[in-house]
Design a protein around this ligand. Structure first.
Ligand code: AGP
Length: 370
């Protein structure tokens, strides 16, 4: 096991550090920058099915569901196809309306999640075209889908999903750009500039790992005794906030909630006092001015602000108690880059609390029962 951990103390840390490679592997052979194309046989062979879909329904659980939410933003923005995202466990029991004009995308790292499998079977029975985004090759979900794309992130051992999440985001990005290009919603110049930026994301992840590894350890030390956390983000980074909160709660056992930042005033703001740590994801591109006013509201109530901002940020950084800098990207890529320091922060808080990071209590890597 020590050898498999490659010198890291836990699989989770190893997997966090593998992300420059895993994201690159997810794009390998698919993103052909020199030729200016995205090659994805699974999508291309059924492109008309996607193009003519009434809607795309994304089905998943847990972290994969968070990836699905970002997938909704991506596909609606770039391909202009309506998307709905559902928890598999709800979808399967609520008698949903599904027709043969629907495309259902299941996202699952393990490819064995019982609820996702059951929801897919239901969609298939009703005639929907079903597409899988799985990490484990030849898994049950991969086998029952009509087509799909593997994430190729490599085996993920830590119960807390890290590299599988960023690989899922990478695949969803490729799908959104591919469909958008095909159906004419994404013009050539924008497509070219987006794929060039996507190609550079592994380097940006590497940079974030280098610049935030020590910093997140230092921040973590101050929150070992915390009992609650709020994670806030807007737009593409609202699901990234949900994911940051899930990472923290599952491995450190600290109660954490993710929220769209603007929803704060509809309830969670009542929780804010000098004892409430609030992680706020505030990159330049993506509702920055709105986030600034959310941060002002938190500051006025003395919340402890841990801000994830772009390098050189002033406005949010001046109000924050802790600042984590990430490189600037187009908004659609920011959840990939912003998630990395949040994974590290959750990891170190859990380690300093003495928790079993790779195998948290009550959790299994793949949930094969209801
Ligand atoms: C993530 O950290 C969790 N352990 C969990 O939410 C997980 O993402 C969920 O069980 C779905 O698993 P899957 O991707 O293998 O279907």
């Amino acid at each position: 096991e020590q050898i498999e951990k490659g010198g890291y103390e836990h699989f989770m840390l190893k997997e966090i550090f593998e992300q420059p490679k895993s994201v690159h592997d997810t794009m390998r052979g698919r993103l052909l920058l020199d030729e200016g194309v995205i090659k994805m046989a699974g999508i291309w062979d059924h492109v008309e099915r996607f193009k003519n879909a009434n809607r795309i329904i994304i089905i998943a659980c847990g972290t994969s569901w968070h990836a699905g939410l970002i997938g909704e933003y991506l596909i609606e923005e770039y391909a202009r196809i309506p998307v709905e995202v559902e928890y598999a466990s709800e979808f399967r029991y609520r008698n949903p309306i599904i027709t043969d004009k629907d495309v259902v995308i299941a996202i699952s790292q393990s490819g064995e999640t019982a609820d996702t499998m059951a929801a897919l079977k239901l969609a298939k029975e009703k005639g929907a075209f079903i597409y899988g985004i799985c990490n484990v090759v030849d898994s049950s979900i991969a086998r029952i889908t009509d087509a799909g794309s593997y994430t190729h992130a490599g085996p993920e051992i830590g119960v807390a999903s890290t590299k599988a999440f960023t690989a899922q985001l990478t695949i969803l990005t490729l799908i959104a750009f591919k469909l958008g290009k095909h159906n004419g919603n994404l013009g050539n110049a924008e497509f070219m500039s987006l794929i060039a930026e996507l190609d550079a994301i592994p380097k940006k992840i590497e940079e974030v790992l280098n610049t935030t590894h020590e910093l997140t350890q230092n921040i973590a030390k101050d929150f070992v005794k915390a009992t609650n956390f709020l994670y806030l983000g807007r737009g593409y980074n609202y699901p990234a906030a949900l994911e940051g909160a899930l990472k923290l709660k599952e491995i450190s056992y600290i109660h954490a909630e993710g929220y769209p930042a603007a929803e704060m005033k509809h309830g969670p703001i009542a929780l804010i006092d000098e004892n409430m740590p609030i992680v706020i994801i505030a990159p330049k591109k993506g509702h920055y001015d709105k986030i600034v006013s959310n941060v002002q509201e938190i500051k006025a109530r003395k919340g402890k602000i841990i801000a994830v901002v772009n390098k050189g940020d002033r406005q949010v950084s001046e109000m924050a108690d802790y600042v984590i800098e990430i490189p600037e990207t187009s908004e659609c890529f920011s959840p990939i880059v912003a998630s990395v320091p949040l994974q590290l922060l959750a990891y170190y808080i859990a380690v300093y609390r003495g928790a079993n990071v790779d195998q948290p209590r009550n959790l299994a890597k793949s949930v094969t029962v209801e």
